[in-house]
Design a protein around this ligand. Structure first.
Ligand SMILES: [Zn+2]
Length: 300
């Protein structure tokens, strides 16, 4: 069944490319001719491409060749929501998650980490849930302490994480612990990590609680949502020239900016009467992704 899906997709793509031409080398690339939403093309592919690991494009507009899987079970982690088939990434992401889960397991009350969405087998846009996670360098990590590491597949579908926020994200709630602080600190202190997204109240709490060096807080970026999980984004792997890094966070620990965000949650500024409603973005097409992404899709 899995094989059939990817073969059928390859056949569809080949049909689009070849147009009946007997020459196997496509004259028209998929990227310039295919205007279907890319999520419809990447979503159904069940297996990674048999290419070397390489990210093409940026976190929110790209794809992933040669992905590797985070094993569904490990000594200090479990991958969650296996039905989504999103436990794929660059090798460096898998290594990072395994390393961080070992550090989490050293925290009182934690035996490791529950790992949420990473990327699809070939990266690319997803049918639900994320604008980013497209190049195998993003991962969502549950805030729920991983106590049991023998969850069944069914339990990994039904179990929910827990929210850490109150007052619409201005503050942490009683579920937030020093262990969360230490795990996020360990993640942010890792040189492989570019940024971590978490709700503003958590950042402000960590700014208050950190009595030592605060430089790691620079990578902790306040963002909407992100109170059931935090989102870790890695830097492009060294030497991966087709991977597009994001500009680094502004200098400094960012604590004042996070406090300002919190102040705006508590006392929202009046709406700007001249603001125009945001236009919904058109879906990302294969044509708008890096050209290599059509080869990633059609590769074995
Ligand atoms: Zn995420």
């Amino acid at each position: 069944m899995r094989k059939w899906v990817s073969l059928a997709l390859a056949a569809t793509l080949a049909a689009c490319i070849g147009g009946g031409d007997s020459n196997p080398a496509p004259k028209v690339s998929v990227s310039s001719s295919d205007h279907r939403p890319a999520k419809e093309l990447f979503g159904p592919v069940a297996v990674p491409s048999s290419q070397n690991p390489e990210s093409f494009g940026s976190y929110s507009k790209g794809c992933l060749a040669g992905a590797v899987a985070l094993p569904e079970n490990g000594p200090t982690w479990q991958a969650m929501r296996l039905s989504r088939n999103r436990n794929w990434g660059q090798p460096v992401l898998v290594d990072f998650l395994e390393d961080l889960s070992r550090k989490a397991a050293a925290q009182p009350g934690w035996n490791g980490l529950y790992i949420g969405d990473m990327s699809q087998p070939r990266g690319g846009p997803m049918s639900s849930g994320h604008a980013s996670h497209q190049i195998g360098l993003d991962a969502d990590i549950w805030m729920l302490p991983a106590t049991r590491l023998d969850l069944s597949r069914a339990e990994r579908e039904s179990l929910s994480s827990i929210s850490m926020r109150r007052a619409a994200g201005a503050y942490v709630n009683d579920s937030w612990t020093r262990q969360h602080h230490e795990i996020l600190k360990a993640a942010a202190s890792d040189p492989r990590v570019a940024r971590i997204f978490v709700f503003p109240g958590a950042k402000v709490q960590m700014c208050k609680d950190e009595k030592g060096d605060k430089s790691w807080l620079r990578k902790i970026r306040p963002w909407w949502g992100h109170h059931y999980h935090f989102h870790v984004r890695l830097n492009c792997p060294r030497g991966d020239k087709t991977c597009v890094d994001q500009a680094p966070p502004p200098p400094g620990d960012g604590c004042a900016d996070a406090q300002e965000w919190v102040n705006n949650i508590l006392n929202p500024p009046p709406p700007d009467p001249t603001a125009k409603p945001a236009k919904p973005k058109p879906p990302v097409t294969l044509a708008s992704l890096p050209a290599q992404c059509s080869a990633v899709l059609s590769s074995r």
